[in-house]
Design a protein around this ligand. Structure first.
Ligand code: ATP
Length: 455
């Protein structure tokens, strides 16, 4: 009673050759070993939606690990097994030499002993495997070992729901079994511009009234939270989570105020701006949005949110410390700027003040201030000033006859500051400065690291 349809042509037309070859290879190996093998889940959903997805998840009816081993041999890769869950990952190098992986699971039936608990595992068929999935659009499979290749397996109306652009669950206990699905529903809804079906919405409300969010472990909540922050439009997800009452169910302090909404949107713009710069230091989206969601909350309230996400104490202390520091620095900057003083404040002084502020906190200040002068200075600091180095180096100082020691650092720092302030813009003027600093340093022939040596 699966809705039959062959999507071999879709696979041929829509997927890159390398992915197509992998699917055919898995099918051939399945045939050889007598094991039915399927591509499942998000990969099939995105194939129907014609969206790129490189994450192939395979499900095997029978011995999944045997198929994974055969696949690894063909791909000259290796297998990482999780015997307990009968799952494995094939890790190999693709044509470009990049590390790639394919998840291979064994079709299984999962029992949940109580809501939000980890499942115990038993062997079963593809139908049961698909039945335990979250939404109909994620419960599709393509059979790879059959002839003809590419039979779509759709027991639960996934094709219809992709077409109707709706998020539906497979059974009424879905959110009770796993409350993270409330967050996942919103994530997929916003990503694909689908809508959560009326039935599913009611079931989410029901799960919230049963306080099931409280049973979610910190790490699972954090993992979902991170996935949301990595979406193209996290604020849209947060707005919807708020509308459905999910944010409040996680913590009453997280309900979105107009200010928080506005800030979340500005943070998104800021991240987009930063990412377009292509710097090799990535900004942590989760942290930035975390700061935004905790706008106007005090230490204790924010601290409670850290605990709720299962984050370690040291991380909390570090980040909350950064936030305090940011608040202090921000106050100072805004005062300077109000007095129109930053123009007169030396760049080097500004840099000194900002040096200890994390990238995320810098982006946060930039997003949240309405002061265009401050925004401009922060933007110059992020893109330019903080990357600046003196044009002279230790070797230059050694050539001036200075023995390595703490004075090196002081001179190079002074050279950088003079460069930032436009007082010594090039190596020549910085060397002049170095010489000047060396005047008055007594000559010495000693080789001690601390004692300067003049030729
Ligand atoms: P994404 O594009 O975000 O990676 P995905 O659907 O591939 O989407 P994964 O989290 O990688 O998402 O999960 C892979 C598949 O596993 C899903 O398509 C779904 O079938 C199933 N799945 C994942 N999480 C759950 C869950 N909490 N409950 C039930 N099924 C789940």
């Amino acid at each position: 009673n699966s809705k039959e349809r062959n999507i071999g042509k879709l696979i041929q037309d829509r997927l890159p050759a390398e992915i197509r070859d992998l699917l055919h290879l898995a099918g051939q190996l399945g045939r050889k070993l007598g094991l039915p093998v399927y591509a499942v889940g998000g990969f099939v959903r995105d194939l129907l939606l014609d969206r790129p997805n490189q994450d192939i998840d395979l499900v095997v009816e029978g011995n999944g690990i045997a198929l994974a081993k055969a696949l690894a041999e063909e791909l000259r890769g290796r297998v990482r097994e999780h015997q307990k869950f009968l799952t494995s990952v094939v890790i190999f190098h693709d044509a470009k030499g990049a590390e790639s992986r394919i998840d291979v699971a064994t079709a299984r039936l999962e029992y949940y002993e109580y809501p939000a608990a980890l499942p115990t595992v038993e062997l079963s068929s593809i139908k049961m495997d698909l039945f335990r999935r979250d939404f109909t659009i994620n419960a599709l499979a393509v059979r790879l070992d059959s002839t003809p290749f590419g039979q779509l397996v759709d027991f639960f109306g996934g094709q219809r729901d992709v077409k109707e652009r709706v998020i539906r669950v497979l059974h009424t206990l879905s959110f009770v079994e796993d409350p993270t699905r409330c967050l996942r529903a919103v994530r997929f809804e916003q990503r694909y511009k689908f809508r959560i079906g009326a039935g599913a919405e009611k079931l989410i409300k029901n799960a919230l009234s049963l306080k099931l969010m409280d049973r979610l472990s910190g790490p699972r909540l954090f993992s979902e939270y991170q996935h949301i922050c990595d979406e193209a439009d996290p604020p849209a997800c947060f707005f919807r989570l708020d509308e459905l009452g999910i944010l409040r169910a996680i913590s009453p302090h997280l309900a979105l105020t107009p200010n928080r909404r506005d800030l979340l949107c500005r943070l998104r713009e800021m991240l987009t701006w930063y990412r377009l710069l292509y710097f090799d230091e990535p900004a942590q989206a989760w942290l930035l949005y975390f700061l935004g969601l905790n706008l106007n909350l005090n230490y204790a309230e924010t601290s409670a949110h850290f605990h709720r996400l299962g984050l370690p104490e040291v991380k909390k202390t570090e980040i909350l410390g950064q936030r305090e520091q940011m608040r202090a620095v921000r106050g100072k900057l805004e005062t300077w700027q109000r007095q129109d003083d930053v123009g007169r404040t030396k760049v080097s002084v500004l840099c000194d003040l900002l040096r200890s502020i994390s990238l995320e906190c810098l982006l946060y200040i930039m997003a949240s201030t309405d002061n265009p002068g401050l925004q401009k200075n922060l933007s110059r600091y992020i893109t330019q000033w903080r990357r600046e180095k003196a044009d002279i180096c230790g070797a230059d100082l050694r050539r001036l006859g200075l023995a390595p020691g703490p004075l090196y650092g002081r001179i190079l720092k002074a050279a950088l500051e003079a460069k930032l302030d436009g007082e010594a813009p090039n190596a020549q003027s910085q060397l002049r400065l170095a010489r000047k600093m060396l005047e008055g340093v007594p000559e010495s022939g000693g080789k001690s690291c601390d004692r300067p040596m003049r030729k």
